[in-house]
Design a protein around this ligand. Structure first.
Ligand code: AHM
Ligand code: MG
Length: 335
């Protein structure tokens, strides 16, 4: 069989971005450049994550971030990498990072027309034990390039024009979509240093898997305890033939838990309003909807929510349509 090293019919992420750009008549190419810059940043972050233990860069940096959690050196590094490449693309005017309390306004020659909200290294509590972490991003177009304001990102998630994540797991996988387009995934070939198209048009899978931190069960809403009971125990009136309880899987890194949910199916639940709307909930909701799934806070479609401030948090339930509709139904009945 032909080895991947000798095949030349493989599509790189840059090629694919340009191909999609050509399909959009009147496109300026600005978004393509921005997405290419994000792909470069993710390669760079992947490189530092993979070397972290060896370089002994893992550790507490001595500062705390805006969420008052322990900030580790890799968070700081990843944030700097993202900011440098986003600014350097010349296509951004407003950057919102989980690591920075205030939004960063890009000025001068570097200013462009996009606003990017991102978590440079999500799941960083997993770094020291080598478990998957990731970068998450959501992109908006600024309304008035001469005057970017926070209102450009304090908008419903449905107004994003692109969103995605990069997972630094057993392989490095970049997954993104643009408004109305398929979700595609690209795996980093470490030898070529290129992201190659490996997952075309991702549609959410059909397996019955649920993903939640059950340690917090004392605080769960009645809708969620009822849902969890229903997927674990056979119905009282008798289980239909072939009934099986759902499988539990929880990494504790949203990117890894969402990547699995997209590929295999099921539902990811975080009832405790811990996750940040702009750079955790919205991008994942945008992706899951584009992959044929759904996302809600129990009462409202996630992408219809308007965040009140840049680090605002929400409950979130996202996965296949059937599971998300069941949760919404339970909220309507019980809450
Ligand atoms: P972080 O941004 O501080 O890394 O926190 C976000 C992470 C998500 O990746 C993950 O889904 C969640 O926190 C896990 O939280 P918990 O440890 O409470 O289960
Ligand atoms: Mg995070």
């Amino acid at each position: 069989t032909e080895s991947a090293d000798t095949r030349t019919d493989i599509t790189t992420v840059t090629q694919h971005i340009l191909e999609q750009q050509r399909a959009h008549k009147g496109s300026t190419g600005d978004l393509s450049l921005l997405l290419t810059a994000i792909a470069s940043a993710c390669k760079w972050v992947s490189n530092v994550v993979r070397k972290a233990e060896l370089l002994k860069v893992v550790g507490v940096a001595g500062t705390t971030n805006v969420q008052a959690e322990q900030q580790q050196k890799l968070d700081v590094l990843s944030n700097e990498i993202m900011i440098n490449l986003l600014r350097g693309s010349g296509r951004t005017c407003l950057l919102v990072s989980e690591e920075d309390e205030d939004a960063l306004f890009v000025s001068g020659d570097e200013r462009g027309s996009y606003c990017v909200c991102f978590d440079p290294l999500d799941g960083s509590s997993n770094i020291d034990c080598g478990v998957a972490v990731g970068t998450i991003f959501g992109i908006y177009a600024v309304k008035d390039i001469a005057n970017p304001t926070l209102k450009d990102v304090l908008r419903p998630g449905s107004e994003m024009i692109a969103a995605g994540y990069c997972m630094y797991g057993s392989s490095t996988v970049l997954v993104y979509t643009t408004q109305g387009c398929p979700v595609n995934g690209y795996t980093l070939d470490p030898n070529l240093g290129e992201f190659l198209l490996t997952h075309r048009n991702i549609q959410i899978g059909h397996k019955n898997i649920y993903s939640i931190n059950e340690g917090n069960c004392a605080t769960f809403d009645k809708a969620i305890t009822t849902y969890l009971h229903d997927i674990r125990y056979p119905p009282k009136e008798g289980a239909p033939a072939g009934w099986k309880p759902y499988t539990a899987r929880y990494v504790g890194s949203m990117v890894a838990d969402m990547h699995r949910t997209l590929l295999y199916g099921g539902i990811f639940l975080y009832p405790g309003a811990k996750l940040r709307i702009l750079y955790e909930c919205f991008p994942m909701a945008f992706l899951v909807e584009h992959a044929g799934g759904a996302a809600t806070d129990g009462r409202t479609r996630m992408l219809d929510i308007v965040p009140s401030q840049i680090h605002a948090r929400s409950r979130i339930y996202l996965g296949t349509k059937a599971e998300v509709e069941r949760i919404e139904q339970l909220y309507a009945e019980l809450m």
